[in-house]
Structure formats: structure tokens, C-alpha cells
Design a protein around this ligand. Structure first.
Ligand code: MG
Ligand code: MG
Length: 292
């Protein structure tokens, strides 16, 4: 699930001030008071646990994608993902999630965003049709650690323009992940994503983007999908981020919120793609946590 930017610029170096990492082995993390001013640095054990949560997420996405076909409703995709979560002994961080921007708790374990819906579509009785562009976003919490990932695909017969849009979003994600190395900054990830989206003349919805991830689905820092290189929080080993490009085919940046208060839609009616991985910064390079 995408995070809304709300604390732009409030990036505090891990280990500074009142923040504390997990390196001491106490596994402790003070959520009281000033957590929003901190980023958590995870140790190897925590990242291994996040990898297992991420595996469940990847299996959920695969199950939802496998279930998707013309004539199948979005609720059925949600059921397929929920089965995977239950069988894994995991829980859903999406179900009943109630961030400040939403009027009601989220009622499902996946977001299912079709065609002009960018992100946060609530799976409902909509029946998929040949050629629909579907973005599925899913999270899972296992043993106290969370993974978050998303994929976009076409149901049935693809249109070349849709394949290009999805392919470009995937390229932007790969570039964002490649930039997630120790010593780089959040702005390097943002710039890598945004440059690819803009070169292809797609729109980018500002205000929603990636985020830190760990025990909670949405942790600091915010990871914008566009930005200046060399700016923002410096990346260090043990930082885990959900990186999630969203691109709008029409080229404009305007989007609106659906009447349900959750789904974001393109204003021009053009299609949108959304892809995401949870990634850890490590000394040996980016470690993707949400692969099968
Ligand atoms: Mg997500
Ligand atoms: Mg996310």
C-alpha cells in the first residue's frame, strides 16, 4: 500500500536523537512519542524475518494474478490472497488499516486497482473484462514483521500501450531498487524512478509514494516517486524501504480520490500502473524482500 507524504523533509538520521536501532540485540523499539521522527535500522535477523513475510506477499500476488481472468470479480482475487495469508499463519496489515487520509478502515487484504484507478482500489464485485489493466497491492505480517509489494498486469489480451506503461513502471522500480545502496540518499531513489517515468512522458501522482517498512507497514522515511539526487536521508545498511512507482498513461499529474475515500484515480481517465517491492539496503547491495 502506498504511503501519503505528510512529513516531507522531516528526515532524521538513524541513530540520532531519540532513535535507536536494533543492533544492540534487544530487539526493542520505542514506538512511543517521537517514532515519526525516526527510521529503524534492522539487523540481519530482522531482515531474514522480513524476507519470510515478503515471501508470503509474493505468493499472495501470484495467487491473485493466477485467479484473475475475464468474468472473475475483484472479491475473488482478494479471497485467493487471503487464503495464502491464512495458510502461511500470517495476518494482513491492509485489513482494517485506517490511516488518517481514509474515512473508513480498509476492508480487504489486497488493493485491486483497475484501469484508471492508480492505487488503493477496494476489491468489490467488479467483474474483470478482457484487456483490463489490474494493479494488485498486498501486504503480509509474519512473526511481527511486514512485507508490502504490488504488481500490474493485463487480463486477457493486452494492448501495446498498456504493456509499455507496465514495462516502464517495472523499469522505474528496478532503477529505484538499484539506487538503494549504502551511501546514496532517498532522493537518488526518487530521481531514478521519476527520470524513467518522465522520459516516457507519463504522469506521476505526487503526495503518495514508498515508505519505510518493518514492524509496521508504513514507517519513516517517505520515498517520493520523483526528486532530486543527492537529497534526503542517507541510506545505510539495515534500512528497509517499500519502493513503489505509480505511472499515469495520460501524461498529466492530476488525480482524484474516489467517493469511497480510498481509491486514487486519474483525472483524465487514462490508465495507471503500480509496482512495488520491499527492499533492504545491505553492504552487498539491495536485497529484495518480496520475491517468492
Ligand atoms: Mg503496497
Ligand atoms: Mg507500500
Amino acid at each position: 500500500m502506498a504511503a501519503r507524504a505528510g512529513r516531507a523533509g522531516r528526515v532524521i538520521r538513524a541513530g540520532a536523537g531519540t532513535s535507536r536501532g536494533m543492533g544492540a540485540g534487544n530487539g526493542g523499539w520505542d514506538y512511543g512519542g517521537a517514532r515519526q521522527d525516526m527510521v529503524e535500522i534492522k539487523n540481519d535477523e530482522a531482515l531474514d524475518a522480513m524476507r519470510e513475510a515478503g515471501r508470503v506477499v509474493a505468493r499472495c500476488l501470484a495467487a491473485a494474478r493466477e485467479a484473475a481472468a475475464p468474468g472473475v470479480s475483484l472479491i475473488e482475487l482478494d479471497k485467493a490472497a487471503h487464503d495464502v495469508i491464512r495458510k502461511a499463519g500470517a495476518t494482513s496489515p491492509f485489513l482494517n488499516y485506517h490511516p488518517s487520509f481514509a474515512p473508513t478502515p480498509f476492508p480487504a487484504v489486497i488493493c485491486a486497482s483497475v484501469n484508471d484507478t492508480i492505487v488503493h482500489g477496494i476489491p468489490d464485485g467488479y467483474v474483470l473484462r478482457d484487456g483490463d489493466l489490474v494493479s494488485i497491492d498486498c501486504g503480509a505480517t509474519l512473526d511481527g514483521w511486514t512485507g508490502d509489494a504490488a504488481t500490474s498486469f493485463i487480463v486477457g489480451t493486452p494492448r501495446p500501450a498498456d504493456l509499455l506503461l507496465i514495462g516502464t513502471a517495472e523499469k522505474a522500480l528496478a532503477a529505484g531498487i538499484a539506487a538503494a545502496v549504502p551511501g546514496a540518499r532517498i532522493g537518488d531513489i526518487s530521481n531514478a524512478i521519476g527520470s524513467i517515468g518522465r522520459s516516457a512522458r507519463y504522469g506521476i501522482p505526487s503526495g503518495f509514494g514508498g515508505h519505510g517498512i518493518g514492524r509496521q507497514m508504513h514507517e519513516d522515511p517517505h520515498v517520493p516517486n520523483e526528486g532530486r539526487p543527492g537529497r534526503g536521508l542517507r541510506l545505510r545498511p539495515g534500512l528497509a524501504l517499500a519502493i513503489e512507482p505509480m505511472l499515469m498513461a495520460g501524461g498529466g499529474d492530476e488525480f482524484g480520490v474516489a467517493p469511497d475515500g480510498w481509491a486514487l484515480r486519474t483525472t483524465d481517465g487514462s490508465r495507471a500502473a503500480h509496482v512495488e517491492h520491499s527492499v533492504a539496503i545491505t553492504d552487498s547491495g539491495p536485497r529484495i524482500l518480496t520475491l517468492q
